[in-house]
Design a protein around this ligand. Structure first.
Ligand code: G3P
Ligand code: MG
Length: 230
């Protein structure tokens, strides 16, 4: 079974990276959630995609220059305030939901790792990042952390070969358009799990499922759940 991972929660219908979007994803049966994390000026790990709050809230400015109090006052739409990572870990633990944490800021690994470890949830978490050198540290805090190299929509197979020589990752998270049968064969040979993003089309989902990806990251978990069969 391909794991359906709700990208920024059920962001196709609810404000991205909010508790509402995460709860709704779980409610409709998504097996996993993907979110993005940053740190506030007073060191709290919070959930938002951009480093600047302008696109997704009523405020403006960098998260790294705001206190947690200032950050949590922001309006993220539909009565939501942007959440702390810890709140999402607790929610996921309550429901046994897989959690893909994407690292968007530098130097926050230890704080992220400690939060996951505090709630004894390492086994159900995948840490990913486009900033690959940020990843290996997680294994020094707890060897069971699974880490994934995110790769953009370019020459995925070549990049995977380079990464395999540099960083001992467990998974590769490529843009879905860069996945071919050839790419999947190369990934299998290296024993990587493949999580494709961002797949919002059922036809694409079925194709990727038949190619053997471990999971897809989607804004529309409602369309993907159950689509593999039939
Ligand atoms: O983790 C997959 C995807 O979220 C990576 O891109 O920009 O949506 O964080 P982005
Ligand atoms: Mg992301």
């Amino acid at each position: 079974m391909v794991l359906v991972i709700a990208h920024r929660g059920f962001s196709g219908k609810y404000p991205e990276n909010t508790m509402l979007a995460f709860r709704k994803a779980i409610e409709i049966g998504a097996g996993g959630i993907e979110l993005d994390v940053h740190a506030t000026s007073d060191g709290h790990i919070v959930v938002m995609h951009d480093g600047d709050v302008r696109r997704t809230t009523n405020g403006s400015g960098l998260i790294s220059k705001m206190t947690l109090g200032e950050f949590q006052k922001l309006d993220a739409g539909q009565g939501e305030h942007p959440p702390l990572l810890e709140d999402v870990i607790v929610l996921c633990k309550e429901h046994g939901t897989f959690l893909n944490i994407e690292i968007k800021a530098l130097g926050i690994q230890e704080r992220v790792a400690r939060l996951v470890m505090k709630h004894d949830y390492v086994g159900n978490v995948l840490i990913s990042s486009f900033m690959h050198p940020q990843l290996p540290k997680f294994k020094t805090y707890e060897p069971n952390f699974k880490i994934a190299a995110l790769i953009p929509d370019v020459a995925a197979k070549m990049i995977m070969k380079i990464i395999s020589k540099l960083i001992p990752v467990d998974a590769i998270n490529p843009h879905y358009k860069s996945i071919s049968n050839d790419f999947m064969a190369a990934a299998r040979a290296r024993k990587y799990s493949i999580y494709a993003w961002t797949v919002d089309d059922v036809g694409e989902f079925k194709k990727l499922a038949s190619m053997g990806v471990a999971g897809v990251i989607t804004n529309r978990p409602d369309l993907m759940i159950g689509a593999e069969i039939g």
